[in-house]
Design a protein around this ligand. Structure first.
Ligand code: 3HC
Ligand code: NAI
Length: 685
C-alpha cells in the first residue's frame, strides 16, 4: 500500500484502490501508481479481471487541477486510459462515490462500469471553462447518445447511480463493495466482453444537438467552452474516434490556456480558500446546530427558513401577528409548490420540507433553537428590542444571528448580555436561491461561533465568506460605490441603457440600473433619506424617480419602463428628459461618454473599494471579494471576480487609472493606499 493506491487480489480479481487524499485527484504520482499496478496485474495470468475503485466518498474528482498551471507530465491521463484499453485483461470500474471529470473518463476507458449506491457521476469541466479532455466528448455520446451526453457535459452537474444506470452509462448497482466484487468475479469467470469504443457509433440525428445547446450558449456570456462542447459532440457522430480524441486533446489544451479558464480555476480555488480563517483552526469544535429559528416571515425570513428546511434542519418562524405569519407561510408554500410543479422537487420532498417549518407568533417558541436568524425590519431600535428578547429567551450557547444588511452588528450584539454569541448572517435575496452568505464577525463574536456559522453556511449549500463590520460589509459596500459611479456617469452624459449594455456585454448578469429597478428604487431612497445627503451626491435622478412613484419593475416604471408587467425594461424618453434636466440644474455640460470609460470607471470603483476593505481588515483576502461578486452580484465567473480581473489587467494600469480619475473627478476616487502599494506605486507599509 502507498498513500496513492492499495492493490490486492480477491479470487480472480486484481483490485486497484485509489487512496490519494483528499479526493483522489489524478495527479502525476497517482497516474504512475495506477499505471504500474495495472501493468503488473495485466501480466499476471491468474488475474481474470482488474477492478479500479476508490475510497471513502471518492472514486476520483478527476484531473488534478493544481497541475493545470504548473504543467503536466507524462503519463498523461489519456496515456493511462490507452494503457487500460490496450491491456490484455479486462478492466472494470467500480465507482464507489464521486467520479467527476477525468475520474469518469478513466471509467469510460474501462470495459464495464459497476456502481455502489453513493456513486455520483459528472463531467464538470465546463465549470472550469474547459471541455472534458480525456475522451468525454467522444466516448460518452457513443455510450449514452448525443443529446444526453451534450446536456450532461453542458450542465456539468452530477447524476446519481439510478440515473447513470437508466442512461446506460453503468451496468448495475451493487449494495456494497463485497457484493460488487462478487458480481464482477462471476462476470469475469464467464468471460467479460472487452469494450472497443472504435466500433461504437452515436445513435440518432446530429440535429437534435442544437436544441440542447441553445440555452447554454445563450448563458455562456463570452466563455468559449460551451460552443466547443457542442462541436465535440457533433464530431462524435461523424468522425473516427481517434481523430475526435485528437481534436478533443488539442481543444482542451487551448481552452485550458484561455483567460476564461484561468479565471474560472481561480474562482474554484478561491471558493475553497474562503472557508479558511487565519486565526481559527479548521478543527475548532463547532456548536451543534440541529434546530433553528427565524424571526420575520417577510421576503428574507421566508427564504432563510426555506434554506434550513432544504438542509434538513427543522425551523420555527416567528412573526409579529397571525396575519403576517400566515402570509409568510403561504409564500413559502407557493415557492415549494412552484418547484414541485416545475419538476424540480418530488411532491413528497416538497411536503416534507414544508412540514419541517413551524410557524409561531410567540418568541418563547425559540427557546430551544440552536441558532436564530433575525430578519425583521431594518431599524436599529426594532433589532435591539428583538435581540434583548432573544437574550432572555434563548438557551445558553444558542447562536444569535442578524440578517441586517446595513446596521452595526456590534450595536445589535450590545443589546444582549452575550455579545460573544451574536454574529451577522447576511443572506442575499432570494435567500433560498442565492449561493452567497456573508458571515459578519463582530468585535466580540466568539471564535467557535464564527466556525459554526461558516460550517452552517456550507450545510445550507451556501458559499460562506467571512467579513467584518462596516457600512455595507464587503459586497454592498463595493456595489454601492459601483452603482454610485454609474449615477455620476449618467449626470455627466451617459444614459442608463448605455451603461447597462456596456456592463452586460462585458459579462455581468445585469447592469446597475436594471438591478435598481429589480430591487425597487424605494430601498436606496429610504436609506439615503435616513442617512442624509452626502457630497458628492449623484443620486438626484434616482430620488426624483422614486418620488415620482417610479419604483422599478414593481410599478411598471423606474429607470426603464416596463409595459404590462414585462421583466425587460425599455428605454424611456421621459427618463432621458429628467436626466438632462438634472444635469442642467447641476450646471453639468453633458458630453458623450465612451463605453470604455463606463466600463473602467465602474470596475475600478469595485477594485479601489475592494482594496480599501482589505486594508481595513474587513475581508481576509482579495480572492474572497471575487467569491462575493461571482456568487452574490452576477459577476461573470469567466472574468474571475473584480480583484482577479484587476490583477490580470495589471495593478499598475488600474492604479494609474484610479489616480487619473481622482484628479478629474474628486475625492471619491482617492486611491487606496494598498492598491498603490500592490501596484508598486507606493513604498511597502
Ligand atoms: N484537483 C485538485 N484538487 C482538487 C480537485 C481536483 N480535481 N477537486 C478538489 N480538490 C481539492 C480542493 O481544492 C480542496 O482542497 P483544500 O482542502 O486544499 O481546499 C480539497 O480537494 C477538497 O475539496 P472540496 O472542499 O471541494 O471538497 P468537497 O467534498 O466539498 O467536494 C468535489 C468535492 C465535489 C470533488 C469538489 O471538490 C469538486 O467539484 N472538485 C472539482 C471536480 C472537477 O472539476 N473535476 C474535473 C477536473 S478537470 C478534468 O478532470 C479534466 C479531464 O477532462 C481531463
Ligand atoms: P420585510 O419587510 O419583507 O420583512 C420583515 C418582516 O419582519 C415583516 O414581515 C415584519 O412583520 C416582521 N417583523 C418586524 N418586527 C418583528 C418582530 N418584532 N417580531 C417578528 N417579526 C417582526 O423585510 P426583508 O426585506 O425581509 O428584510 C428583513 C431584513 O433582511 C432587514 O434587516 C434587511 O435589511 C435584510 N436584508 C434584506 C434583503 C433584501 O433584499 N430584501 C437582502 C439582505 C438582507
Amino acid at each position: 500500500m502507498t498513500d496513492l493506491i492499495e492493490r490486492f487480489t480477491r479470487g480472480p480479481l486484481g483490485i486497484i484502490r485509489m487512496t490519494r487524499q483528499p479526493v483522489n485527484a489524478l495527479g502525476h504520482a497517482l497516474r504512475c501508481a495506477i499505471s504500474e499496478a495495472h501493468r503488473d496485474f495485466d501480466a499476471d495470468p491468474a488475474i481474470a479481471a482488474i477492478v479500479l475503485t476508490g475510497s471513502g466518498r471518492f472514486f476520483s474528482a478527476g484531473a488534478d487541477i493544481t497541475e493545470f498551471d504548473s504543467g503536466r507530465k507524462p503519463p498523461y491521463l489519456t496515456d493511462l486510459i490507452d494503457q487500460l484499453e490496450q491491456g490484455g485483461t479486462p478492466v472494470v470500474a467500480l465507482i464507489n462515490g464521486i467520479a467527476f471529470g477525468g475520474g469518469l473518463e478513466l471509467s469510460l476507458g474501462c470495459d464495464d462500469i459497476y456502481l455502489l449506491p453513493k456513486a455520483k457521476l459528472a463531467l464538470p469541466e465546463i465549470k472550469l471553462g474547459i471541455i472534458p479532455g480525456a475522451g468525454g466528448t467522444q466516448k460518452l455520446p457513443r455510450v449514452i447518445g448525443g443529446p444526453e451526453a451534450l446536456a450532461f457535459i453542458l450542465k456539468g452537474d452530477p447524476i446519481n447511480a439510478d440515473k447513470a444506470c437508466a442512461l446506460g452509462l453503468a451496468r448495475a448497482i451493487a449494495p456494497d463493495e463485497d457484493a460488487a466484487l462478487d458480481l464482477i468475479a462471476r462476470a469475469a469467470e464467464d468471460g467479460l466482453p472487452r469494450r472497443d469504443m472504435h466500433t461504437l457509433t452515436v445513435p440518432g440525428a446530429v440535429s437534435d444537438l442544437d436544441e440542447v445547446a441553445a440555452p447554454f450558449l445563450r448563458r455562456a456570456r463570452g466563455a468559449p467552452a460551451p460552443a466547443k462542447a457542442l462541436e465535440g459532440v457533433r464530431m462524435a457522430y461523424t468522425t473516427p474516434l481517434d481523430e475526435g480524441l485528437a481534436w478533443e486533446r488539442e481543444t482542451f489544451t487551448a481552452l485550458n490556456a484561455s483567460p476564461e479558464s484561468r479565471a474560472m480555476r481561480h474562482v474554484f480555488f478561491a471558493e475553497r480558500q474562503a472557508a479558511k480563517i487565519a486565526d481559527i483552526p479548521a478543527d475548532t469544535t463547532k456548536r451543534p446546530v440541529e434546530t433553528a429559528g427565524v424571526i420575520g416571515a417577510g421576503t428574507m425570513g421566508a427564504g432563510i427558513a426555506m434554506c434550513f428546511a432544504d438542509a434538513g434542519i427543522p425551523v420555527t418562524i416567528v412573526e409579529q401577528d397571525r396575519e403576517r405569519l400566515d402570509a409568510g407561510l403561504a409564500n413559502i408554500r407557493r415557492s415549494y409548490e412552484a418547484m414541485r410543479d416545475k419538476g424540480r422537487l418530488a411532491p413528497e420532498t416538497a411536503e416534507a420540507r414544508l412540514a419541517s417549518i413551524t410557524g409561531s407568533v410567540a418568541m418563547r417558541d425559540l427557546g430551544a433553537a440552536d441558532v436564530v436568524v433575525e430578519a425583521v425590519f431594518e431599524a436599529m431600535d426594532v433589532k435591539r428590542e428583538v435581540f434583548a428578547q432573544l437574550d432572555a429567551i434563548c438557551k445558553p450557547g444558542a447562536i444569535l444571528a442578524t440578517n441586517t444588511s446595513t446596521l452595526d452588528v456590534n450595536e445589535i450584539a450590545a443589546a444582549t448580555g452575550r455579545p460573544e454569541d451574536v454574529i451577522g448572517l447576511h443572506f442575499f435575496s432570494p435567500a433560498h436561491i442565492m449561493k452567497l452568505l456573508e458571515v459578519v464577525r463582530a468585535e466580540k463574536t466568539a471564535k467557535d461561533v464564527v466556525a459554526t456559522a461558516m460550517d452552517l453556511g456550507r450545510r445550507l449549500g451556501k458559499i460562506a465568506v467571512l467579513v467584518g463590520v462596516c457600512n455595507g460589509f464587503a459586497g454592498n459596500r463595493m456595489f454601492i460605490n459601483f452603482n454610485r459611479e454609474a449615477q455620476i456617469l449618467i449626470e455627466e452624459g451617459a444614459l442608463p441603457w448605455q451603461i447597462d449594455k456596456v456592463l452586460t456585454d462585458w459579462g455581468l448578469a445585469m447592469g446597475p440600473l436594471s438591478v435598481m429597478d429589480l430591487a425597487g428604487l424605494d430601498v436606496g431612497y429610504r436609506i439615503r433619506k435616513a442617512r442624509g445627503a452626502q457630497t458628492p451626491y449623484p443620486f438626484t435622478t434616482a430620488d426624483r424617480l422614486a418620488e415620482a412613484g417610479r419604483l422599478g419593475q414593481k410599478t411598471g416604471a423606474g429607470w426603464y419602463r416596463y409595459p404590462e408587467g414585462a421583466r425587460r425594461g425599455e428605454p424611456d424618453p421621459e427618463v432621458e428628459a429628467l436626466i438632462e434636466q438634472v444635469s442642467r440644474e447641476k450646471g453639468i455640460t453633458r458630453r458623450p461618454v465612451s463605453d470604455d470609460e463606463i466600463l473602467h470607471r465602474c470596475l475600478w470603483q469595485l477594485v479601489n473599494t475592494g482594496y480599501q476593505i482589505l486594508e481595513e481588515g474587513i475581508a481576509q483576502r482579495a480572492s474572497d471579494l471575487d467569491v462575493i461578486f461571482v456568487n452574490g452580484y452576477g459577476f461573470p465567473r469567466s472574468r474571475g471576480g473584480p480583484m482577479f480581473h484587476a490583477q490580470e489587467v495589471g495593478l499598475d494600469r488600474v492604479a494609474a487609472d484610479v489616480s487619473r480619475y481622482h484628479d478629474a473627478h474628486g475625492a471619491h476616487w482617492a486611491p487606496s493606499a494598498m492598491l498603490l502599494r500592490e501596484a508598486g506605486k507606493a513604498p511597502p507599509a
